[in-house]
Structure formats: structure tokens, C-alpha cells
Design a protein around this ligand. Structure first.
Ligand SMILES: NC(=O)C1=CN([C@@H]2O[C@H](COP(=O)(O)OP(=O)(O)OC[C@H]3O[C@@H](n4cnc5c(N)ncnc54)[C@H](O)[C@@H]3O)[C@@H](O)[C@H]2O)[C@@H](O)CC1
Ligand SMILES: [K+]
Length: 527
């Protein structure tokens, strides 16, 4: 698990080492610049290229760029430094770095001096992996215009330079700390931004590098230690966290003397009339994740298909007409089922009929085991607001952006601007665990624990993959994980399984069921 910091948190982290412990700022900067220069040299050697443009702003990000340019110049590369304009007031560190390069005679120029000032907006990069876009490479551009100090939208000469960088098709772009123009707090593009092939960042990851579109614009991200004094583990836990492969070790082991009862009973309440798919995907994923027993509760019409496609599942069916006619009897049936369960998945494909609302209400009212509330259960809660009155700490909600918008009334664009805050506020307001699904899913858990997920692939952007996720989380709860941990680890494992499925079927070809079937590859071979 690794901490991910906002711009403000990173500034405090910086200041702690410099002011708190007395490590000179220029010492940290020297190591930061060295990490950038090493990455540049690696690329230049591989590409047999010799040109370096270091494009710098007037803060310490620019100072990093000037220091790295000096190091590459001393190695014999053909180096030029570019500033947006002549008259910018530089930081103290920048002035110190510029004094050195002036004495060394490294050319320093401005945007106006660039003969080929071709401006290009952020180029699209369809279906290519980060760093793969450039076929020929004449050299390297160091993007050191803005780092974590970007405080407003970019315009004027800054914007021109950012677009100039994006227009250099035959140069690899290394972003110093973060691509210029990306907000380090939320990954948004502030006016315009650099598309980097590689980003070298210092100390810790920033939120802007793990949330989209910033995550995409970073290219390959390298985190380098430059000598900051580390925080205590209690301090680290206060930041947003990102899971990594070591966290797979937290999936409980299977004991030699166990039986199916040892690994929990999952009740999947899903699928409307003739819509068995959602229940099958969720149930399959729960079994694949390791749950001992999975029961599907679904309309009678789905009996044959469930038995045929997943004979391992226990089946309990209901008559939808009876359920509508006699809600009290339906409620008693539901109570019997929920009593059996250790964890419940509620909602995928159940529809918006009255009996579905009755089911959601009764489960929320009477069940005290963890409940994963998804899809139509969330849409019903959005439509019948009184259902949110039952939200308590045993509930994990898993809305995608549209469902979250229905639940909260907040526009999708606004939520995308700050998904961490959106998920956190919802979780705190209702006391639930909130999994806000998107390309970078945010998990807001108990005790302020917040996670951003780093696994996954666009191959998973397909119908049914959310149903699989509910089963994965339920499976982990059944194995004994606490709800916040099950949600965060479940999202991570689900993403890894999607990546594994992409290896087999390609980015376009993956089916949701295949994500479920690739789960064992993740925890069997993944650590
Ligand atoms: N000693 C340190 O504090 C270290 C800092 N480091 C570097 O320092 C960077 C942070 O430096 P700073 O805090 O100076 O910030 P930046 O260098 O990211 O940028 C701040 C400068 O840009 C200006 N600015 C902000 N938004 C603008 C806009 N839209 N248009 C025009 N000007 C704008 C600010 O007024 C300020 O002059 C990090 O990203 C990292 O690269 C690293 O060297 C590691 C050590
Ligand atoms: K930068």
C-alpha cells in the first residue's frame, strides 16, 4: 500500500524535511534533478539521440529542469533551456541554478526564439500504451514549466510552450514531477497540459497522477526517493492510499482442515424476470474469489439458466406476481434467506418494480450482515429517498458516476472534478463504505480510510463488469475481510483480473464473465 498526496500535502511534506529537519532545499533539488537526468540519459542512449530541450517555468519545478539540463550538458549532450518569457521573477533556487548554467555557457532562450513554434493541443492517444507513441526519436524534452505549484489555468506564453511540447512528434517528453498543466490535486487539465511519455516524480505519488486525465497524461510514472524524511506510519495512513501487489497477501489463506462452511455464505439477490445474467456474473465471481457457498435469489423464470450455467450455486426463486400480490409473505421469504447469509449482494439487474423496492427495503431493514448495494438497488434508493434512511455501517454502496449522480443530485462533471471528495462525503454522510466506480475508482471506507484504485484497463468498460465486482467484494467479505478492506482489495483484484483477461482476449474482446474467470490467475500468480 502506498500513500498518494494532494499538492498541499506534498508541500507540507517538503516543508517538513526542509524547515522541520533542516535538509537544504538545494540538496533535495539536486537529487530530484539527478533522477530526471538519469531517466533522460537512459532514453537518449536507447534512442541514440543527443538533443535535450529543458522547458522551464519560474518556480522550483523550473529550477529542477535547469539543474537537470546542467547535468546532461556536463555529460556532453546538446542542451538548450527555454523559458516562457524573459522577465519572469524566479524562485531563489531557480536563480541559484541559473547562475551556474550562465557560467557554463548553456544557451538560455525564450518561447519567442523558437523557430518552429507549432502549437498542438493535447494529442489523443487511442489504444496505445503509455510511452509507445513515438516511432523516431531525435531527443528529449524536459517539461519543467509547472509542478505542484500550479495555481491557476495556464494561458499566454505558458500555453504556447505547452502546445509546442505536444507538437514535437520526434522528441520524448519527460515531465518533471507532473506534466505541466495538470492539477496535482485531482488530475484535471487546467487550461492545457503536456502529454508526457515519462513522468519522474519525487518522494510520493500525487493524486493528479492517479486520477484521470492526469494519469493518462503522465505516461510511465516513476517515483524517486530524493531524501525526504519519511512520515510515521500513523501519519502516512491519513493520506489517500493505493494498493499494490503486496496487498494480495491480505487475501486470507485456505486452511487444510476447512470445509465449505469455513469460507462464508454469500446471498446474491439479483436478476429480474428472464434477466439472469447479472446474478450469474456476481455469483460466479463470489465463488471464483473463494466464497464457500453462494446462493442465488432470483425470479422463478431464471431457474433453468442459473442451474445450467452455474450448477455450483444454491438456488432460491420467487414468483414476481405473488411477490406483488402478497408483500408480507414475500418479506417473510426474504427474511429467511437473509438470515442464512454472511454477506448479501443486493441489486444487480433486479429492475425497478414494486416487488424489487419491497425486497430492497426489507433487506435493508432486517439484515445486519454486510450488504453490497449495487445497480437497481441504488436507483431505487435514488427514486424512493426513504430507503437511504436505512443506510448504516454494514452497507457498501458501489455506484458508477451516473448512479452516484442520481443518488446525490450532483452533476457528473462536478463529481469528476473531485471524485475523492465526492466518495468521502457520501461515505461520511451515511456512515457507509462508498465505492465510486470510474476508470480510477475511489473507495471511501471506515475511519476516514480512502483509496484510489490503480489497476484495470479500458477492456473492462463493458456491461456486466460491475456485477462481477459485487461478487468479488462479497467473496472477500465471506473470506473474513472487514468491509472497507474488502471493498478496496476487491476493486484492486477486479482490475487485475481485467488486465489478465485483456492479455487473453485483447482490449476490445473481453467479456465480463471472463474477468470473473481470470480472478484465480491474479491471486495464484500475481504476488
Ligand atoms: N526543495 C523543494 O521544495 C523541492 C521542490 N521540488 C520541485 O519544486 C516543485 C514545486 O515548486 P514550486 O512550489 O515553486 O511550484 P512550481 O514550480 O510548480 O510553480 C510555481 C510557480 O509558477 C507560478 N504559477 C502557478 N500557476 C501559474 C500559471 N497558471 N501561470 C503562470 N504562472 C503560474 C507561481 O506563481 C510560481 O512562480 C515541485 O513540483 C518539484 O518539481 C523538487 O525539487 C524537490 C525538492
Ligand atoms: K512539470
Amino acid at each position: 500500500m502506498k500513500a498518494v498526496l494532494s499538492g498541499k500535502e506534498m508541500k507540507e511534506f517538503d516543508a517538513r524535511s526542509i524547515k522541520g529537519y533542516g535538509i537544504p532545499s538545494l540538496v533535495l533539488m539536486e537529487r530530484a534533478a539527478m533522477a530526471v537526468a538519469e531517466k533522460a540519459e537512459e532514453i537518449l542512449e536507447k534512442e541514440r539521440a543527443g538533443t535535450v530541450w529543458s522547458v522551464c517555468g519560474f518556480g522550483n519545478n523550473g529550477a529542477d529542469g535547469v539543474a537537470a539540463a546542467r547535468m546532461l550538458f556536463l555529460k556532453g549532450y546538446d542542451v538548450k533551456i527555454v523559458f516562457p518569457q524573459r522577465d519572469g521573477k524566479g524562485s531563489e533556487e531557480l536563480e541559484a541554478q541559473l547562475n551556474v548554467v550562465k557560467r557554463l555557457g548553456i544557451p538560455v532562450m525564450t518561447a519567442e526564439d523558437l523557430s518552429d513554434l507549432v502549437e498542438k493541443k493535447i494529442p489523443a492517444q487511442p489504444f496505445r500504451k503509455a510511452g509507445e507513441r513515438k516511432r523516431s526519436c531525435r531527443g528529449v524534452i524536459l517539461d519543467a514549466i509547472f509542478g505542484i505549484g500550479l495555481s491557476r489555468n495556464v494561458e499566454g506564453a505558458y500555453r504556447k510552450l505547452i502546445r509546442w511540447i505536444n507538437g514535437q512528434e520526434d522528441m520524448k517528453v519527460i515531465a518533471v514531477d507532473i506534466p505541466s498543466g495538470i492539477s496535482s490535486d485531482n488530475g484535471s487539465v487546467m487550461g492545457d497540459a503536456v502529454r508526457a511519455d515519462v513522468t519522474v516524480t519525487f518522494g510520493e505519488k500525487k493524486l493528479g497522477q492517479v486520477l484521470f486525465p492526469g494519469r493518462d497524461l503522465c505516461g510511465h510514472l516513476f517515483v524517486k526517493d530524493v531524501g525526504f524524511v519519511p512520515e510515521s506510519s500513523a501519519e502516512r495512513e491519513k493520506h489517500v492510499q493505493m494498493l499494490d501487489r503486496e496487498d494480495l497477501l491480505r487475501i486470507p489463506a485456505r486452511m487444510a482442515d476447512s470445509n465449505k462452511g469455513t469460507y462464508g455464505k454469500v446471498l446474491v439477490m439479483a436478476g429480474a424476470k428472464n434477466m439472469a445474467g447479472a446474478s450469474l456474473l456476481s455469483a460466479r465471481a463470489a465463488y471464483r474469489m473463494g466464497a464457500g457457498l453462494v446462493k442465488v435469489f432470483t425470479p422463478e423464470e431464471n431457474r433453468l439458466i442459473v442451474q445450467e450455467k452455474l450448477p455450483e450455486a444454491i438456488l432460491s426463486t420467487y414468483d414476481t406476481k405473488e411477490a406483488e400480490k402478497d408483500p408480507e409473505n414475500f418479506a417473510r421469504k426474504i427474511a429467511r434467506e437473509t438470515e442464512w447469509a454472511d454477506v448479501i449482494v443486493l441489486g444487480p439487474g433486479i429492475g425497478m418494480e414494486d416487488y424489487a423496492r419491497c425486497m430492497v427495503e426489507n433487506v435493508l431493514k432486517d439484515a445486519y450482515v454486510p450488504i453490497i448495494l449495487d445497480a437497481d438497488a441504488l436507483n431505487l434508493a435514488a427514486e424512493y429517498r426513504e430507503l437511504t434512511g436505512y443506510f448504516t455501517e454494514n452497507i457498501i454502496v458501489t455506484p458508477h458516476m451516473k448512479e452516484m449522480s442520481r443518488l446525490t443530485g450532483i452533476q457528473i462533471e462536478e463529481m469528476k472534478e473531485n471524485p475523492v471528495r465526492t466518495a468521502r462525503e457520501f461515505a461520511d454522510q451515511y456512515g457507509v463504505v462508498c465505492v465510486l466506480k470510474d476508470a480510477a475508482t475511489v473507495i471511501a471506507g471506515r475511519d476516514g480510510k480512502t483509496f484510489v484504485n490503480g489497476s484495470g484497463t479500458p477492456a473492462m468498460a463493458k456491461g456486466g463488469s460491475g456485477d462481477v465486482l459485487t461478487g468479488v467484494i462479497a467473496g472477500l467479505v465471506a473470506l473474513g475481510l472487514e468491509e472497507s478492506d474488502a471493498a478496496a482489495l476487491g476493486v484492486y483484484v477486479h482490475g487485475l483480473a481485467g488486465e489478465a483477461a485483456e492479455q487473453h482476449f485483447g482490449v476490445h474482446g473481453v467479456l465480463a464473465g471472463e474477468i470473473a474467470d481470470c480472478l484465480p490467475e491474479v491471486y495464484r500468480d500475481g504476488i
